[in-house]
Every structure is written in structure tokens, then in C-alpha cells.
Design a protein around this ligand. Structure first.
Ligand SMILES: NC(=O)c1ccc[n+]([C@@H]2O[C@H](COP(=O)([O-])OP(=O)(O)OC[C@H]3O[C@@H](n4cnc5c(N)ncnc54)[C@H](O)[C@@H]3O)[C@@H](O)[C@H]2O)c1
Length: 326
């Protein structure tokens, strides 16, 4: 089997590596013989997600902040590739604390890129989001070339700003960037999102499940290992050049799941057939929410990569994993 990042890379610097997606990246890279430094301030990540690697040769954990540019550069020295996942992922919290997305996402990404420039590291994989499409993707599935990108949350604004800095650094300073606008990534160890919320609500009150919004929300869900595989596939197969030093790819499945269907799957897997579903609210579940997110994944499909699972299949698997059933 081809190694995730090929043979040209040996040492990976992984920001946000103690988080949901990042800890799965570690689980996939370490068995393949890569050396991995996780750089994470544990603001949302958890030590327990990575502690099974502590003591493993080739694994290092730096508990530190990407806002500390000198520390990032010092820890980054000697790596072959930067996989930048660290960001504020509390989208709702951004409404009350909009500076967090400016700081942790835009400034943090700037610092990571500046540290790459200082240390001479060239390739960066960056996790953006389908949220950059804002209301554009409400009814029509949007492709990478669609715009204008008008953010509806500070989270999306932070990602649009970060994409712009990745692109600028690639053009000005010889970096090479692979950027990905994800659908909703799901699996074990989720710490946020609709599946996480539904399970917790039903654990608190097994008689009723509250759905915030008007129940018509639908988004694209795909499994965390497929997300990581998609990023790595693109890195291996799409070379960046002086002419085109960075690019952006939508990443997810071609299908969507409706929130009411997710609720039904959670009820079924938790074996709570009598739980009543209560739908409460308006079209937007919270300020900045995108009730419908449709992105096209034709570009990745054209390049030879697609998910193996549909959105609904992925939801069921993720629910089962969160419940410890698989
Ligand atoms: N999960 C999804 O559905 C999804 C969808 C689109 C994009 N993304 C992006 O993928 C990336 C990973 O997301 P995730 O779901 O694993 O979220 P997560 O919150 O579990 O992971 C983010 C990690 O970054 C760390 N972090 C945050 N600010 C930091 C800082 N200033 N310095 C150092 N570390 C910091 C957190 O402690 C956390 O471990 C994020 O950039 C997120 O925006 C995720």
C-alpha cells in the first residue's frame, strides 16, 4: 500500500494534532513510520487523544500556542512538511468572541507560515471549510471556482483570511500549499457537531431529542479517515509548481444528510425508539449558522479520489463509534 505522504516526507509538523482530526492523522502516520510532532495548546484538543503515542519513537508533543511565533519556528525546525489544522473550531462561540477567529485562525496561520519561511519548510496542507461559501451553497452545490466568498460567521472569515495568507506566502516566498474546504468531518473522538450534541442530549434526557432550527438542515458528512486520506491523496498526486504554487479543493462526499435523518439514526443506535423529536427554532439554528451546505466534489473525483461511504452511511458509522459500538 502506498504510504500516506509518500516516501519524500519523513518528519511531519502537525498543528492541532491533539484535536479530533489531528489525533487521527497521528494514528495513521505513526504506524507508517513517519516522525510526527504534534503542536497543540490543548484549548480544544485532549491529551488522552494522543497519549497512547507518548513514548513511541518518532512521536513528540509540544504543548504550545501557534500565537507564539518563536516557539512555533523553534519546534518546526527540521521537519519536511507542515500539516496545519489548529484553529478555533467553536463556531457558535465565535459570535460572542469574534476576536478568537482572528487570533487563532488568521494570526495563527500567519505565524505558522512565517515560521515555515524562517525554517525553510516548503509544503503546507491546510484545513479550510465549506463554510467559506456562505449563503452561496444554500441551494446550489458550489465548486472551488465559485464566489464571491462572503462569510456568514467569524469562523468562515478566519478561514477565508487564512486561505489568502497561504496563497500569498506560496506566491511570495516559495511555499507550496494544498488547501481543503471540508464538508462535515465525523468519527470517534468528536468534541462538537450535531452527532456529538444529539448523543449528549439523549444521554441527559432519553425521552426527548431537541433539534435546533427548522429541521430542514442538510449537510455533507464524511468520515475522518476518508478526510485525511483525501488530503494526503491530493498532496501525493497534485504537484504544486512555481506557476501554480497552491490550490484549493472541496473535500467530502457527493451526498448530504438531513438533520432529521441524523436524529433518527442516533435514536435507533441508542435504542431509544420512544424518544420524541422536538423541532424548535427558525431556519438558522444560531447566528452565523449555514442550514444547508452543498459543495461539489467533482474536482477530487476527476483527480481519481472519492469517499467510499455516502453521507448517511458515514453518519451511522460515526454514531456507532461515538457509542463505542465499533
Ligand atoms: N471537524 C469538521 O467537521 C471540520 C470541518 C471543516 C474544517 N475543519 C477544520 O479542520 C481542523 C481540525 O478540526 P477538528 O474538527 O479536529 O477540531 P478540533 O477543535 O478538535 O481541533 C483543533 C485543534 O487545534 C488546537 N488549537 C486551537 N487553537 C490553537 C492555538 N492557538 N495553538 C495551538 N493549538 C490550537 C485545539 O486545541 C485542537 O486540538 C480545523 O482547522 C477546523 O477548522 C473541521
Amino acid at each position: 500500500m502506498e504510504k500516506l505522504l509518500g516516501d519524500g516526507v519523513k518528519k511531519v509538523f502537525l498543528t492541532g494534532g491533539a484535536g479530533f482530526i489531528g489525533s487521527h492523522v497521528v494514528d495513521m502516520l505513526i504506524p507508517q513510520g513517519y516522525e510526527v510532532t504534534v503542536y497543540d495548546n490543548l484549548s480544544n484538543g485532549r491529551r488522552e487523544f494522543i497519549e497512547h503515542h507518548l513514548g513511541t519513537p518518532g512521536f513528540r508533543f509540544a504543548e504550545a500556542d501557534i500565537l507564539d511565533e518563536d516557539r512555533v519556528a523553534a519546534e518546526m525546525q527540521g521537519h519536511d512538511l507542515v500539516w496545519h489544522l489548529a484553529a478555533n473550531t467553536d463556531i457558535i462561540g465565535g459570535v460572542e468572541q469574534p476576536r478568537r477567529d482572528l487570533r487563532d485562525c488568521v494570526m495563527g496561520t500567519f505565524n505558522v507560515l512565517a515560521a515555515m519561511r524562517r525554517t525553510g519548510i516548503v509544503p503546507v496542507i491546510f484545513s479550510s471549510t465549506g463554510a467559506v461559501y456562505g449563503d452561496l451553497c444554500r441551494e446550489v452545490a458550489r465548486s472551488e471556482s465559485d464566489g464571491p466568498l462572503l462569510a456568514m460567521s467569524t469562523y468562515a472569515a478566519g478561514k477565508i483570511g487564512s486561505e489568502a495568507f497561504v496563497s500569498a506566502f506560496c506566491n511570495l516566498y516559495g511555499l507550496r500549499g494544498w488547501m481543503f474546504r471540508f464538508g462535515n468531518v465525523i468519527g470517534a473522538r468528536m468534541t462538537h457537531g450535531v452527532i456529538f450534541d444529539f448523543i449528549n442530549r439523549l444521554r441527559k434526557d432519553p425521552s426527548e431529542l431537541l433539534i435546533r432550527g427548522d429541521g430542514t438542515q442538510e449537510k455533507n458528512y464524511f468520515l475522518v479517515e476518508e478526510c485525511i486520506d483525501g488530503m494526503a491523496y491530493s498532496y501525493r498526486h497534485i504537484p504544486m509548481t512555481e506557476d501554480k504554487p497552491c490550490d484549493v479543493f472541496n473535500l467530502g462526499t457527493g451526498s448530504v444528510s438531513r438533520v432529521v435523518d441524523i436524529a433518527a439514526i442516533v435514536k435507533e443506535e441508542m435504542e431509544l425508539p420512544d424518544a420524541r423529536i422536538r423541532i424548535e427554532g427558525t431556519r438558522r439554528a444560531w447566528p452565523g449558522d449555514q442550514p444547508k451546505v452543498h459543495i461539489t466534489v467533482d474536482r477530487m473525483t476527476g483527480l481519481g479520489w472519492s469517499t467510499r461511504r455516502t453521507s448517511d452511511q458515514a453518519v451511522r458509522i460515526a454514531v456507532r463509534r461515538m457509542l463505542g459500538k465499533e
